[in-house]
Design a protein around this ligand. Structure first.
Ligand code: ADP
Length: 509
């Protein structure tokens, strides 16, 4: 079904702050890229929403502009892959195409009491055992429940089979394959594994879990593999691609980065630095249950092969702490300036910033935590705060690598990195210093979009196998640790103390 002569594969990366469309050639090189931001809607403390219509419009625009700039058309694409911000939940009417409510973003904490209540009885254990996830505001299930309970008419419409749920991959695939005119309602197994509704072993929606959240099965998308030779559907000629392209890859953004970083062997790990940070470790076909505060998740599933699992350390706030310096404190005018400001000082002057804006995710999972800057003295300046912000990104990543070592016995020897913050060379140097291992960034740093393209291209034979993809990976930059062992130990001990200061702040009981 592929466009036989096509020389490229396209990918849509629907992220938390922006949506981009990219086109890659057979060597994994970037041929086209177009990106647009969308509005972050924050009407109350802890609430974060996106307008689904805006997301679809931005997606259409980036596809059209990306193709136009590169002088390409649908016929040039062998396949299209989608990758997306995970867990962000929306419910829409499949007859009218209208969303019932804004998409509730993964960072949104409105379900904190609900999550805490689940964790107080055996429902929490059931969720952990079946899904590999702790009950938390982060995952989609509670967000869908909130919409069902708080938006009028949704439950009745869901029971009639009209109101459907999806993460943004489902929303985009539905639109791209025709929308109200026969659009398909699917998701992939990696996105489904973030809902608290899918059993990690059966890879199907689980009735007991659906019962816990009061979600009718009829609302849910069909769960498909991440790379699907049969295809989820085909883009329509009247859509933004202007022609038919097989849609054959869907991966949650962090899993897509694993594929883009070619982490196909057990023991391979990557860390993605975006709005939040997400480190994943491939554990092969084995489902490793975490004791140290990591998530167990599906890494990818190619067609009907056995699923590959991963351990994941999710960190809610890293790049968004840099955005906070820009938008809320106004001490920098752009994210890149955080580097110049932080370089004005040699160290953080004894201060630590724990950006627990949405509570703390891995490995703590404390929705009662809130952000704190500690260790301040009159000596400290904006530059120390900027430096402490970059260090917080690195220390949170260290917390996760410690947990990974505890759970799997695997110590990361070289950390593969990608994502927006990796443009910050000081931050990457600090990461090598804080961890005591080298940090390595590939030439093609857009690993998320690349991973989605890889999944889609593998499905149609554009790439033969994963070995072909592995051959495409090349190191672009590397940072070696420069701190002494003592500096590293003292710095981390200070961080652990700072984290303690943020706990027990909000009353979620
Ligand atoms: P996402 O896919 O989550 O939207 P990106 O990978 O595009 O994220 O990264 C964007 C994030 O990276 C933003 O939060 C931004 O503040 C941060 N960022 C981008 N460039 C820099 C930089 N040079 N230094 C520090 N942070 C940066």
């Amino acid at each position: 079904m592929a466009n036989e002569k096509a020389r490229y594969v396209g990918a849509v990366d629907q992220g938390t702050t922006s949506t981009r469309f990219m086109v890659f050639d057979h060597s994994g090189n970037e041929v086209a890229k177009y990106q647009l931001e969308h509005t972050q809607i924050m009407t109350r403390p802890g609430w974060v929403e996106h307008d689904p219509i805006e997301i679809w419009e931005r997606t259409s625009s980036v596809i059209q502009s990306g193709l136009r700039q590169a002088g390409l058309g649908a016929e040039d694409l062998a396949a299209l892959g989608i990758t997306n911000q995970r867990e962000t939940a929306l419910v829409w009417n499949k007859r009218t195409g209208r969303p019932y409510y804004n998409a509730i973003v993964w960072q949104d904490t409105r379900t904190d009491r609900l999550a805490a209540a689940l964790d107080r009885d055996e429902r929490g254990q059931t969720i952990r055992r079946k899904t590999g996830l702790p009950p938390a505001t982060y995952f989609s299930g509670g967000k869908v429940q909130w919409i069902l309970e708080n938006v009028e008419g949704v439950r009745e419409a869901a029971e009639r089979g009209e109101a459907v749920f999806g993460t943004t991959d489902s929303w985009l695939v539905w639109h791209l394959t025709g929308g109200v005119n026969g659009g398909v309602h699917v998701t992939d197994v990696t996105n489904a594994s973030r809902t608290m509704l899918m059993d990690l072993e059966t890879l199907d929606w689980d009735d007991e879990l659906l019962g816990i959240f009061g979600i009718p099965r009829s609302m849910l998308p069909r769960i498909e593999p991440s790379s699907c030779t049969a295809g989820y559907g085909t883009t329509t000629a009247d859509g933004p691609l202007g022609g038919q392209v097989p849609l054959t890859g869907i991966l949650g953004d962090q899993q897509a980065a694993m594929v883009g970083q070619v982490c196909f062997e057990p023991g391979m790990a990557k860390n993605t630095y975006g709005t939040g940070n997400f480190m994943l470790l491939n554990t092969g076909n084995e489902l490793v249950r975490s004791k140290a505060g990591l998530l167990t998740t599906v890494c990818y599933r190619f067609n009907d092969e056995a699923p590959v699992y991963a351990l994941e350390g999710s960190i809610a706030v890293t790049g968004s702490a840099v955005q906070w310096l820009r938008d809320q404190l106004g001490i920098i005018s752009g994210a890149a300036e955080s580097e110049n400001l932080a370089r004005q000082v040699e160290d953080s002057g004894g201060c630590y910033f724990v950006p627990a804006f949405s509570g703390l995710f891995a490995p703590y999972w404390r929705s009662d935590a809130r952000g704190a800057i500690v260790g301040l003295s009159r000596y400290n300046t904006n530059a120390h705060i900027a430096r402490a912000t970059l260090e917080s990104i690195c220390y949170q990543s260290r917390d996760v690598t410690e947990a990974m070592r505890e759970d799997s016995g695997v110590a990361v020897e070289v950390l593969k990195v990608d994502g927006g913050i990796t443009a910050n060379r000081l931050c990457m140097q600090l990461q090598a210093d804080v961890l005591g291992v080298p940090v390595s960034k590939p030439v093609v740093a857009e690993t998320t979009a690349l991973g989605a393209a890889y999944a889609a291209g593998l499905a149609v034979g554009f790439w033969k196998d994963t070995a072909e993809l592995t051959a495409n990976w090349n190191e672009g930059e590397r940072w070696e640790p420069s701190w002494s062992e003592q500096q590293r130990t003292d710095g981390y001990a200070g961080w652990k103390k700072a984290v303690q200061r943020t706990l027990d702040w909000v009353d979620v009981d």
